[in-house]
Design a protein around this ligand. Structure first.
Ligand SMILES: [Zn+2]
Ligand SMILES: [Zn+2]
Length: 267
C-alpha cells in the first residue's frame, strides 16, 4: 500500500537541494534500479515485490528439506546424513525460497539497510512456506546477540516472526538468548559450524515454551547448525517439539564451494 503525499507539494520540499532530496527519498528501485513512480513505503518497485518462485528440488531430505542434486545422500526413508545421525535440533524444517537473486537482495535491504517495512511482504511469503494444517503453540524468533542487535537496531527475525504469529493467531515469545557472540561461520565445515555455536543459546524464560510445540523463525538457513543449536536449547528447556521456518536457504546445489559469501551473513 503506497503512502501518498497530499495533493500539491508543500513549498519547503521544492526548496531542498535535489541531491539531498534523492538521498532521503531515492527514486530508483533498490533491487532492479528502475525509476519509481509515486511514493512507496520502501524504495522497491511492485515488480520486485512479486512473489518469487518457491524453492524446488527433485530430491530433498524429508526432515530438513535440504535439496540435493541426486538421491544418493538420502536413506530409504528419505533422510539426509545429518538428520539420520540425529544431529538436528529441530524435527522438521520449512523454507520459502532460495537465497539468491531478488529474494537475497530484499533480505539484505531489510537486514542491513534497515528497511523494516519489507518485513510485511517477506513475512507473507514466509507464512506461505508453512502448511496450513500444521499447528503450533508459540512462535520464537532466532535471537541475535545483544551487541549485534544494538548495532543493527532491531532483529530481523523478530519482525518476520511477528508477521507469522499475527497471521496464525498464536503468541510470539522471546524465551531464548544468545549468550556468546559466535565467530563468523564463514569457511567452516558443517561439523565446525556446529561446534562453533555449541552452548551459544540459553533459555531464560522456559515457561514460554514448556511442553509447547515451537515454531522457530529465522531469515536465512545455511547449514542449519545455528538453528539446530537454538532448537536443541529449546528442547532441553522443555519444548515439546521444534520446527524451523526460514525465509530463504542457501542452496548448495547452486554454490557448492561458495559458502564464504553467505557465512558472514547468517548472523
Ligand atoms: Zn524493482
Ligand atoms: Zn535432513
Amino acid at each position: 500500500m503506497p503512502l501518498r503525499l497530499p495533493a500539491g507539494w508543500p513549498p519547503y520540499l521544492t526548496a531542498i537541494p535535489h541531491a539531498l532530496f534523492s538521498l532521503c527519498f531515492p527514486d530508483e528501485c533498490r533491487v532492479c534500479g528502475t525509476a519509481l513512480r509515486g511514493w512507496t513505503w520502501a524504495p522497491v518497485c511492485a515488480e520486485c515485490l512479486r512473489e518469487p518462485a518457491p524453492l524446488a528440488a527433485d530430491y530433498f531430505c524429508i526432515q530438513c528439506k535440504t535439496p540435493f542434486r541426486n538421491p544418493f545422500p538420502l536413506d530409504e526413508e528419505g533422510r539426509c546424513a545429518l538428520c539420520r545421525a540425529g544431529a538436528r535440533g529441530f524435527a522438521e524444517a520449512y523454507c520459502f525460497g532460495s537465497f539468491e537473486g531478488r529474494l537475497r537482495r530484499l533480505i539484505h535491504l531489510l537486514k542491513y539497510d534497515g528497511m523494516r517495512p519489507l518485513a510485511k511482504p517477506l513475512g507473507a511469503w514466509l507464512r506461505r512456506a508453512l502448511p496450513l494444517d500444521r499447528r503450533f503453540d508459540v512462535v520464537v524468533p532466532m535471537p541475535l546477540h545483544w551487541r549485534r542487535r544494538l548495532a543493527r537496531g532491531f532483529n530481523q527475525s523478530v519482525l518476520l516472526a511477528r508477521e507469522v504469529a499475527k497471521a496464525r493467531r498464536i503468541p510470539c515469545r522471546q524465551p531464548v538468548r544468545r549468550r556468546k557472540a559466535t565467530r563468523s561461520q564463514t569457511g567452516l565445515t558443517p561439523a565446525q559450524r556446529r561446534e562453533n555455536v555449541r552452548g551459544a543459546f540459553v533459555v531464560t524464560r522456559p515457561r514460554d515454551i514448556a511442553n509447547r510445540s515451537v515454531l522457530l523463525v529465522d531469515d536465512v538457513m545455511t547449514t542449519g547448525a545455528t538453528a539446530g543449536a537454538c532448537g536443541a536449547a529449546l528442547l532441553r528447556a522443555g519444548a515439546r517439539s521444534v520446527t524451523l521456518l526460514t525465509l530463504a536457504r542457501v542452496d548448495r546445489r547452486l554454490r557448492a564451494a561458495d559458502s564464504a559469501a553467505v557465512g558472514s551473513l547468517h548472523a
